[in-house]
Design a protein around this ligand. Sequence first.
Ligand SMILES: NC(=O)c1ccc[n+]([C@@H]2O[C@H](COP(=O)([O-])OP(=O)(O)OC[C@H]3O[C@@H](n4cnc5c(N)ncnc54)[C@H](O)[C@@H]3O)[C@@H](O)[C@H]2O)c1
Length: 216
Amino acid sequence: MTLQSAKNTDKIPEPTLRRLPWYLSCAKLMGEKGEKFVSSTQISRQINIDASQIAKDLSYVDITGRTRVGYEIERLVQVLEDFLGFTNLHRAYLFGVGSLGGALLGDSGLAHFGLKIVGAFDIKPELLGTSINGIPIYHTDEFEARMRTERVNIGVLTVPISIAQEITDKMVAGGIKAVWNFTPFRIRVPEHIVVQNTSLYAHLAVMFNRLNEMNT
Ligand SMILES: NC(=O)c1ccc[n+]([C@@H]2O[C@H](COP(=O)([O-])OP(=O)(O)OC[C@H]3O[C@@H](n4cnc5c(N)ncnc54)[C@H](O)[C@@H]3O)[C@@H](O)[C@H]2O)c1
């Protein structure tokens, strides 16, 4: 008997997509410890998410668990990495090499999650012609020309808020298909462009709120 044999073909919900990387990290860690199988109950204990929720989430990916033993770790890791798009590197450009943009360029972890930043753009003369973590920095005016020769479809936006829309428009006109927006500005894009807004501060607000709840 299998834990679940039929793959769920419904559109995958966003919360599920956000939880899958947690399962991946957990499975990897257990694999490194020499385990061969992992059950949803074991994952549940590690990351404090309901086991039935984990089994439901995993029904969206092409993996079948076995009663009592669970999922084969090696296969689970491979299937999740493929499903999440972490195995084929997505090429990206970054705009705005300031304190946040510079830190992102320095983060080799992004490549492990499938994002390879192949170039960055800024306007500060002292940055041009230099590189961070092997990633070259060019003048923003060079973007269109570079887009014609490099296959890049993601733009990471870390410019000042005042020019967030202007740079987004430039990216889209140049052929960028998805924008990872770190600015607090709600950028407007045509329908076929994917936007992911990310804010560290939003998580901070959740933490403060929970902290207050705990201490009242
Ligand atoms: N999402 C988050 O959690 C988070 C965290 C920190 C900062 N931010 C946002 O990220 C953005 C950058 O913040 P920061 O602290 O790194 O600012 P910063 O001032 O250190 O960096 C901005 C960089 O953009 C460059 N720039 C200016 N005009 C440009 C252009 N036309 N083309 C390319 N680059 C240009 C500047 O020269 C500078 O290097 C801001 O919008 C900020 O609000 C978001």
